[in-house]
Design a protein around this ligand. Sequence first.
Ligand code: SF4
Ligand code: SF4
Length: 364
Amino acid sequence: MSFRKILHSIPDIYHSFLPEIFHQDIPPEPFSNCSNCPMIAEKMDAPDSDLAKPFSPHTKCCTFTPRIPNYMVGGILSDIDPSLIEGKERILERIKLKKGVIPNGIYPTKRYHDYYEANAQNEFGRSKKLRCPFFVDDKFNCTIWKYREAICSFWFCKHLASDIGAEFWKSVTDYLKNIQGSFIAISANECGLQLVDLYGKNTSYELDGENNSFNNIEQYSKTWGKWEGREDQYYIRCFEIVKNLSLDLTSSFISDAKSLEKEVEIKQNELVFLPEFLIADKNAIRAINRNSYQIDISSFIRPTNKTIAWSFQLPKYVVDYFDGNTSTKEIIRKLFDKFSTTLEPEIIISLFRHGILKNAKSLK
Ligand code: SF4
Ligand code: SF4
């Protein structure tokens, strides 16, 4: 896999609003291979038997319910792409049941939100109680992928560049969340509706319960006003409003955009940085035979607050070239000339950020 533009990880609807930094290249995230998820436990009756594979095949990491922005709900409802048929039905069902259906979008119910807050540390990646309502047991699990929200777009269980990778994606998530918030507000406002805080401490909203009823009909009617009973049309209208927004208008609404953009730029620079001279830390690797080293890696899984350990192998002749005296560019050239081996920069970034290769200058 080669480098790709940041933009390519972001849903199409945002592309025309993104500044130049999003056209910069970044390494891929090959350790998070969702179509062949490396985090699925082989024996679900004993999911703790392999600590490197803590998740259930029936949930993967989709034990989270997204806050789908109003205009993205409208995108799902108005798009004729066959890949969205199932997602569309699920959205319509939620609207029918009034489950987390608010002018902001389709959100987790307050009940789900409170359960997640209390239980995610133990149940993330495993519990069907936390499973996303848009997840389907299949090779491709998301029924609304084209209109996914920021957290779903930029969540990776294992980062190629370790903590720097996590920080980079956090900066992109923060930027997108800021745009999302602005677009939600602009479109609701234009439709004459007020946004709702479902989860604040003093919120009086509890729009649905276990039995799919909602507790306060009057409150629901007041929230939806003239759009009550036509919530699907409201969401489609929000999508049309956002699609037709002009760049000038949005920049006056998008608060903090400059500082968030700067943060993306700083993190992107760190992510692609490679020292000129690198040296292999022989304490961080193990020779497992005459030809190979085993590379042990650890990844912190934030929602579970746990670190998992896993490993892969690399040929000795590749690692041994990093002697601190030969430049990284020279090593790449020599490996190609002598062994026809193409050492991709993302592999070097990964080894550097996981502490297998060290900056030789900082050791002198
Ligand atoms: S991000 Fe989720 S689905 Fe993708 S590889 Fe990681 S755990 Fe599996
Ligand atoms: S919206 Fe899609 S990607 Fe996000 S949690 Fe649900 S199934 Fe997973």
